[in-house]
Design a binder for this molecule. Structure first.
Ligand SMILES: [Zn+2]
Length: 752
């Protein structure tokens, strides 16, 4: 807030009502504005609060009684609001713990409690019999005893540093902090280095008392709080049920044997609280941890190994559990075979008020409002499908199994997918496919921030200007009419839509002024927490329902599917430049390092009493031929401009009844625009991921890698592969260019 006050805020500027909406004829646009205004008047904060109280009243993880009750309750609401709704079930592998033992055997004995504390102030924290214990889903069974090593965040660079410091991890159990990557990356990287067990904890520096007061006095993690969560290595395999990779886990589906299931960790993994981590860390000796590695527990952080020795024993029930996805439809009219899909999960790790219910309640309120409009006689042009997913927390199970089951239909019919997964106070966060960038920016101009009373777009732009680190970045933000979408990484239910099918997807939510990081995946993420520290008046919930609902309505009603390609061309150009920069940076870095080898810098600066070895020597990366990518990016930019021009010219005739067939042909073509950016054979070594522009990183997980085949080829030194991937991306872009040229031709034909 402090930063924002320094700005002179210009009054809210909206597109003049006379200017037609993108993808609409002037008449269609006028009707659409009226429809959207009546929609946006309907969502009520009080309803959001009531839904949250109901849905987060008891623990509702996969396989629990209340998970099923919630699905049935959501179904009943949808039906009462006039939707055609049903529950679609799957049977998935979801392990739950049978045995959890963590003890220190040397130099002092200690047995970890592995239990979050019941807090009298927090009425649902005492529902112990229904709570899932603290654990990491898809950890393998194991019984190991070994010296302990502290490995910072447990990422590849951390192990390189340990190696230089002479700290041996082979055969050790490691203690790693949560954060900086998908949590499943930590045991994966550990196992690659010969580690035999992995313990994860949340350091107070990241989400505890160093950041704000702790729960229940404040929002942050107290020293009892534990983050549950999945550790499946899905970024290098696939999300969803590990026994049915690539196809739906319907009843009776053929399942692969458990021992063949990729993605389950190679070593046992268990999360603990910072309170219990401190007891273990205090018994480590060996080198003092590098400054950047130290947290804020009141101890000196040593690396080990030992003398702390720990015993970790984990056993799980490896049985199938039912999933209950609620799927609800409002059938479309003249373009009913085109589907606009919107989803948020309903399962939580425990009571899950912030994650996921704060997003689920928005979905419900949108559904109530859309149902109300339908009952008054409105029928959307396209079919609208609302999905309350189950099993997102274990590994995007409900959405992935649904997408895999309906893959063929979705490839033909899906227009776009709009996701949310929780909500807070602050700025509109937007990530997703860049052909939707213009659409969601345009919607952002029409939604008012409930506290600051300007458009959520303007506020978002202000926050980006305030957060920019240099003049060039600020110039970019001010000059570009659309604020950039972050590339879709992973961590929520849009993953299978965009990565497996190539359905353009968005992920939206407000945040930045409240954060659930301190209770994330703990028993304290509940109604008490949300109504004290989240979006307590639910006005940002209403704003999210308005934002998403308006986006859905525009996708469902536009005469021409509102995909925009200049934004895509811009970002493709940017990614191509980034990759060249990445290669150059790597070349310079390795050349410099090799020079320092020759100069003897590493020997000279190693403290003889605390020696540090040299880094690994590496050959300088070769030059790569980026020309195919540059040429393809240029051609795409030209075609995007051409398409835009043709669309603007044809706009008055989009609703002309004599042109219906041509407009329909155009829309069918546009439906394949994002599919064109995929390759059925998938990315190298992970064929499930088919999008050539976006994927979660193999060693980051949540974070997106853009043009992932090329980027990871450069990052991991597979330069031949990177060069082949450049050609493959270029070919996909050429396909997109051809599609746009054909689309422009159809539009030109509309003009007399
Ligand atoms: Zn979630």
């Amino acid at each position: 807030m402090g930063l924002l006050a320094a700005f002179v805020l210009t009054p809210r500027i909206m597109a003049a009502d006379s200017e037609p909406l993108y993808g609409f004829s002037p008449g269609g646009s006028e009707a659409q504005r009226k429809l959207e205004a009546s929609f946006r008047a309907l969502p009520e904060p009080d309803h959001l609060r009531q839904y949250m109280q109901r849905l987060s009243a008891r623990p509702h993880h996969v396989g629990s009684a209340y998970d099923k009750e919630n699905a049935e309750w959501i179904l009943a609401q949808m039906k009462a609001w006039g939707w055609q709704a049903s529950i679609e079930s799957f049977e998935v592998l979801f392990p739950t713990p049978k045995t959890r033992v963590l003890e220190m055997t040397e130099p002092v004995r200690f047995t970890a409690l592995l239990q979050e504390a019941v807090l009298p102030a927090d009425p649902t924290s005492g529902q112990v019999s229904e709570q899932l214990p603290t654990y990491n889903a898809y950890s393998t069974d194991g019984d190991v005893t070994a010296p302990l090593v502290y490995v910072n965040y447990g990422l590849p660079d951390d192990y390189k540093e340990l190696d230089r410091l002479g700290v041996w991890v082979k055969g050790a159990i490691v203690l790693a902090k949560y954060g900086k990557s998908w949590r499943g990356i930590k045991p994966k990287v550990g196992a690659e280095h010969g580690v035999i067990g992995c313990i994860l904890y949340s350091d107070p520096k990241d989400d505890g008392y160093s950041t704000d007061d702790v729960f229940p006095d404040g929002p942050m993690r107290n020293t009892n709080g534990v983050q549950r969560g999945s550790v499946m290595d899905f970024p290098s395999t696939s999300p969803g049920d590990p026994l049915t990779p690539g196809y739906g886990a319907v009843a009776g589906a053929k399942r692969i044997p458990l021992k063949e299931a990729a993605g389950i960790t190679k070593i046992p993994v268990l999360p603990i609280s910072s309170g219990e981590a401190q007891i273990l860390l205090a018994q480590l000796k060996g080198p003092v941890a590098p400054e950047a590695w130290r947290g804020t527990l009141p101890i000196t952080y040593h690396l080990g190994p030992g003398p702390a020795k720990v015993h970790l024993k984990l056993e799980f029930n490896w049985d199938l559990k039912p999933l209950y996805n609620v799927i609800a439809r409002i059938p479309g009219g003249s373009a009913g075979n085109q589907w606009v899909i919107r989803g948020n999960h309903h399962d939580g790790w425990v009571n899950g008020a912030a994650d996921p219910i704060s997003g689920q309640v928005c979905l419900l309120e949108e559904a109530r409002a859309l149902g109300h409009l339908a009952q008054q006689g409105w029928k959307p042009r396209r079919t609208i499908i609302y999905c309350a997913w189950d099993g997102e927390e274990p590994c995007l199970l409900g959405s992935t199994e649904w997408v895999e089951t309906h893959a063929e239909e979705l490839r033909q019919h899906a227009v776009a997918y709009v996701n949310t997964d929780g909500n807070g106070r602050g700025y509109l966060g937007m990530s997703g496919s860049h052909i939707l960038e213009h659409l969601v920016n345009a919607v952002g101009h029409d939604i008012e921030d409930p506290e600051v009373k300007m458009s959520v777009w303007k506020r978002c732009q202000a926050s980006k200007i305030a957060g920019a680190t240099n003049a060039a970045e600020r110039r970019d933000i001010r000059a570009h009419p659309d604020l950039p979408l972050s590339a879709p990484g992973s961590g929520s239910d849009y993953t299978s839509f965009v990565d497996f099918l190539g359905v353009p997807s968005l992920d939206l939510g407000f945040g930045g002024e409240s954060s659930d990081a301190g209770v994330y995946h703990s028993i304290y993420d509940d109604f008490f927490w949300y109504s004290h520290f989240g979006d307590t008046s639910f006005v940002y919930g209403r704003a999210l329902a308005q934002t998403v609902g308006t986006t859905v309505l525009r996708l469902a009603e536009a005469e021409v599917v509102p995909f925009e390609f200049n934004d895509l061309a811009d970002v493709v150009h940017q990614y191509a430049e980034d990759l060249q920069g990445l290669l150059k940076h790597k070349q310079e870095e390795i050349e410099e390092r090799n020079r320092q080898f020759e100069e003897g810098v590493f020997e000279a600066t190693s403290d003889p009493q605390h020696p540090k070895g040299p880094p690994e020597a590496e050959a300088t990366p070769p030059e790569l031929n980026f020309a195919p990518l540059q040429n393809a990016a240029k051609a795409l930019a030209a075609s995007a401009k051409g398409y835009q021009k043709a669309l603007a010219k044809a706009q008055p005739r989009l609703s002309d009844p004599t042109q219906t067939a041509a407009v329909e042909e155009l829309n069918q073509m546009l439906l394949q625009a994002e599919r064109s950016l995929t390759d059925p054979s998938g990315l190298p070594r992970r064929p499930w991921f088919k999008h050539l522009l976006y994927a979660p990183g193999v060693y980051s997980g949540y974070g997106a890698k853009t043009m992932p085949g090329v980027r990871e080829g450069i990052e991991f030194g597979r330069y031949d592969e990177a060069e082949k991937e450049i050609v493959r991306v270029a070919k996909a872009l050429d396909g997109e260019t051809a599609l746009l040229n054909s689309a422009a031709k159809i539009l030109d034909g509309l003009n007399p």
